[in-house]
Design a binder for this molecule. Structure first.
Ligand code: 0O2
Length: 201
């Protein structure tokens, strides 16, 4: 398998999507409005993780492109409302097509995971013409991201079998993150104004 050739359009999609999302953030800044984007990251799934996921899902190598998160972009927002603002913006874009949405913000996963996932189809121009690439956009708050990043590391460390005591602490941490998002939403206007004053300095 020529992984470099296979993954090249995915890498290009990730870079282009990151630039476009940065564009949204900049526009909000120019208009000195609250930006719903705190930061974003993107990655192409490493080959060993692709192989692991394909094996777990019994996807043969020739159909590897069925995996929907080979290209992944993550948008991290200050507040919960911002997630839905971003989702709306992504839905209305003409340079991509949303094919599936998973709202783990309103319906958290059993693990305690919260995030909004959008599976999109994105056209990448190649030397052979347009290639439609499937990518996953994850939209979450800073608090959700903090929780998910730590849980992901623990899952990696314990190879998916996190001990029960740590699991229950993670459940409590997920509840605390939820509460934090709720409290911050209530004082959102105050925080936004403080941020604007700070940036004007
Ligand atoms: P990595 O290392 O982030 O690439 P499904 O069949 O719908 O249940 P699917 O198709 O994997 O599952 O999609 P889903 O649920 O949208 O999850 C895909 C990605 O979401 C994961 O990618 C994680 O990034 C994130 N995610 C989902 N559930 C959890 C969770 O419980 N904890 C954390 N920390 N992240 C989660 P990968 O491939 O697992 O990993």
């Amino acid at each position: 398998m020529n992984w470099d050739a296979l993954l090249a359009p995915y890498a290009q999609a990730v870079e282009e999507l990151k630039i476009k999302l940065k564009g949204i953030r900049k526009q909000f800044e120019y208009e000195s409005k609250h930006s719903p984007i705190e930061f974003m990251t993107g990655r192409v799934k490493p080959v060993p993780s692709i192989l692991e996921k394909a094996e777990a899902r019994r996807i043969p190598l020739e159909q590897i492109e069925e995996l929907q998160d080979i290209a992944g972009v993550r948008v991290v927002c200050p507040f919960v409302d911002d997630i839905y603002a971003i989702v709306k913006m992504i839905r209305s874009r003409e340079d991509l097509h949303v094919i599936e949405e998973k709202d783990y913000v309103s319906h958290k996963k059993e693990s305690g995971y919260r995030s909004y996932h959008m599976i999109i189809e994105y056209p990448v121009e190649t030397i052979h013409g347009v290639k439609m690439v499937i990518a996953e956009i994850q939209v979450r708050t800073l608090a959700m991201n903090f929780w998910a990043t730590n849980e992901h590391s623990l899952n990696y460390k314990y190879k998916g079998n996190i001990p029960a005591d740590i699991k229950s602490r993670l459940q409590r941490a997920a509840e605390a993150a939820f509460k934090l998002d709720e409290e911050m939403s209530i004082i959102k206007n105050e925080v936004q104004e403080a941020r604007r004053i700070f940036h004007r300095k």
